[in-house]
Design a protein around this ligand. Structure first.
Ligand code: BTN
Length: 261
């Protein structure tokens, strides 16, 4: 395992990465913060800002879950003008997948809506929060972890565990570059990049939409619009914005535990 690149070298490297971007023009490197999402709000960061943390002590995931990151994961929040949440989630997932593939040199999976998976284990997750003024799509990627809290069991995996000894700074650079690329993809290109990596299509799932729970085979997934599910009672169309996956046939553990605790 190589010596970590010290935080003093992060700003120059990340500013150079941002200088090559169309969507981002400044970077804030935080030594220690609870969550880069909250830091973005607190500092009223302008669209175009990228916020990273050396130590993210209380990261959060979707649906109120915690995200374990600390000093072994890559944690980044991108500040943008408000946009469609479902689209930003797929932009983030495609960016995270591209950055992971650049390190691993093989394809990874996207488990809709926001998990990057390898061998059924979660390598990275995407969180999109927004209000009237700002969208905050964020990515957390497991980089150097070699052990996990028992609550995660075998559901999480890091790049290190997958045989890649890479510095978090290199991963953050890759995430910034891939996010900048994914943001400008057309809906068709985004769908294509998503579909190539989709691991849920054709699987048997249990989903929640509004007050109902639906179980069936996922026959069509358009992450920007909705999902078609073949149930015992016929075909059901569910809007992407209000549907949550509860359980899938490829889960190592019930959905949601993977890589967040
Ligand atoms: C998930 O899988 O549920 C989403 C995980 C998102 C984690 C990232 S790390 C950077 C940003 N700050 C946070 O507190 N969460 C996101």
């Amino acid at each position: 395992m190589s010596e970590p690149i010290p935080i003093e070298r992060w700003p120059a490297r990340l500013e150079a990465a941002v200088a090559d971007c169309g969507a981002f023009d400044q970077v804030r490197v935080l030594n220690d913060t609870a969550s880069t999402q909250d830091a973005a709000r607190r500092m009223h960061a302008a669209p175009g800002t990228v916020i990273v943390a050396w130590n993210q002590a209380a990261g959060r995931g979707r649906l109120g879950r915690a995200w374990a990151s600390a000093t072994e994961g890559a944690a980044v929040t991108f500040v943008l003008e408000p946009g469609q949440t479902e689209r930003l989630a797929i932009v983030g997932a495609v960016a995270a997948a591209g950055a992971a593939e650049a390190q691993l040199e093989h394809a990874v999976g996207i488990k809709w809506p926001n998990d990057i998976v390898v061998g059924g284990r979660k390598l990275a997750g995407v969180l999109v929060e927004q209000n009237d003024n700002r969208a905050l799509p964020a990515i957390g990627m497991n980089v150097a972890q070699l052990s996990w809290p028992s609550s995660l069991g075998k559901s999480a995996v890091s790049l290190r565990e997958l045989g890649v000894d890479v510095d978090r700074l290199d991963v953050l650079e890759a995430l910034i570059r891939h996010m900048d690329r994914a943001i400008v993809l057309s809906d068709e290109e985004l769908m294509e990049e998503f579909s190539q990596r989709d691991v849920l299509g054709g699987q048997r799932l249990t989903l929640r939409e509004g007050g109902r729970v639906i179980t069936g085979r996922l026959s069509r997934l358009d992450p920007l619009v909705g999902l078609a599910v073949e149930t015992d009672l016929g075909s059901v169309w569910l809007p992407a914005a209000t549907t949550t996956v509860l359980k899938t046939s490829i889960d190592r553990v019930p959905d949601g535990s993977a890589a967040s605790e």
